[in-house]
Design a protein around this ligand. Structure first.
Ligand code: GDP
Ligand code: MG
Length: 164
């Protein structure tokens, strides 16, 4: 059966944008407004010789900081239970947050394979250096990508399929 890859991360880091890029169409709704229901959360992806299913664990996302942490814990639990590989998405523009550290700890403890993705590295050289900060999460190499333009996505997917 197809491996399952769960996309986990805070609201607004770009999970739905990444999901849409991997799904290869624009059916999933991306909104700038947090708290919007996204109706499409599963997609089958073909990449090189690999077939897998991605899950966008975003769904209905909360707006306040305490609810965001609770929401991320729930997301992480779902991902830990159902996924073969977890893509943990962070945001280079926002930098590291407390909830990133807390969820990283949950993911580390689960011993599920995790690929640490740092999104919104669109082009600027400065942002490429900012990616190194994410080593502090203790989840191995951070993969800088741009879900908006596809930069770095190949290397990140190589890291994902290496766990199949
Ligand atoms: P989600 O809440 O994690 O699902 O995030 P979304 O995919 O809805 O994206 C949140 C915001 O970040 C939107 O305004 C996107 O256009 C923007 N965004 C997503 N990916 C990128 C990226 O690679 N670069 C930049 N600059 N913006 C991005
Ligand atoms: Mg989303």
């Amino acid at each position: 059966s197809r491996p399952i890859v769960a996309i986990v991360g805070r609201p607004n880091v770009g999970k739905s944008t990444l999901f849409n890029r991997l799904a290869g169409d624009k059916l999933s709704i991306v909104q700038d407004t947090p708290g919007v229901t996204r109706d499409r959360i599963y997609a089958d992806v073909e990449w090189l010789n690999y077939s897998f299913t991605i899950i966008d664990t975003g769904g209905i996302e909360p707006q306040t900081d305490d609810l965001i942490l609770q929401h991320m814990r729930n997301q992480a639990e779902i991902a830990i239970d159902t996924a073969d590989v977890i893509m943990f998405i962070t945001d280079v523009k926002a930098g590291l947050t407390d909830s990133d550290f807390k969820v990283a700890e949950m993911l580390r403890r689960s011993r599920k394979p995790v690929v640490l993705v740092v999104n919104k590295v669109d082009s600027h050289e400065k942002l490429q250096y900012d990616v190194f900060e994410f080593y502090n999460l203790g989840l191995g190499d951070p993969y800088g990508i741009s879900s908006a333009n596809g930069t770095g996505l190949g290397d990140a997917l190589d890291a994902v399929v290496a766990h199949f």
